[in-house]
Design a protein around this ligand. Sequence first.
Ligand code: PLP
Length: 357
Amino acid sequence: MTQLADLPIRDDLRGKTPYGAPQQPVRIALNVNENTHAIPDDVVEDIVASVARALRTVNRYPDREFTELRESLADYLGHDLGPERIWAANGSNEVLQQILQAFGGPGRSVLGFTPTYSMHSIIADGTGSRWIGAERDEDYRISVDTAVAAVERERPDVVFLCAPNNPTGTPLGLDVIEAVYEVHPGMVVVDEAYAEFAPVGTASALTLLPGRERLLVSRTMSKAFAFAGARVGYLAADPAAIDALRLVRLPYHLSALTQAAAVAALDHRREMLAMVDDIRAQRDRLLTELPRLGYPVYESWSNFVLFSGVDDPRRTFERLLEESILIRDVGIPHALRVTAGTEEETTAFLEALGRIG
Ligand SMILES: *Cc1c(COP(=O)(O)O)cnc(C)c1O
């Protein structure tokens, strides 16, 4: 049988491993930070109606500029952002890929602070950009000094800041983003996939956009918005940065069906986001209950919690899987990550973990 290594693949992709979060049918899936609440039936009906309307003209290519969706996203984000400052793609992973196609690539480098979202380095690899993993401080935080020192030492072309960070949940101060922007002449990408789960009133990196034309803030409908399966990610940036993404995107990359579904979902943002408070409460419950079971936790501003004190993560992962509960082994020694589920799912996880001991 032919192996991958037998094919004339790009030398820089030899030996790499693809993104591989296990996907298996389980009773309780708390492994990829989805919103585990289904969207309400009346919202589903409206989305179906919107998609049905779009199907009537699906013989034509969709609006390449997805104007209506950009208007809806601008309206959702606020901060005086007009549609000319919004871009979208099939998941924020595609947005990040387009950023590196335009601003990274062969001969260029991307710096991130590890451990961080695994797709950041995978997208760097895929676009032929050199990935530089810089270290974090204690408890996975990043201070202004640490961030500035790494950027000044490595002089990357692009800096990725994950705020809050996946897989650790760690918040990131706006002062760090400002300081990195000051010393770094290249593009600064802030991945705010979990922004909606931050404490109420937390300022987003969106507030830093005015006057910073090299700053890009990416968001997604996959997490808080309960829309992971629809694949809609987006970003806010200076219109010139968005013009750069137009050079690398495939024409008509967002299907008419995706655009119709996303616009309808955004019309129901209140219902779509209704579970965010509940998810925050379940996350806070994990933060309180896991230490009681003997597992120290890391601060989290997201919808998941990284906990440590696990003797053998592989074994604990497998024991939970035997009970049809799927969480995530992110490769950090003695630690595992769990997504905040519904109240019942979170309870089932905590009970099972307590039993396993
Ligand atoms: C889940 C996640 C994303 C979302 O990816 P999509 O392609 O929008 O589903 C982006 N960034 C981080 C840090 C994530 O954890």
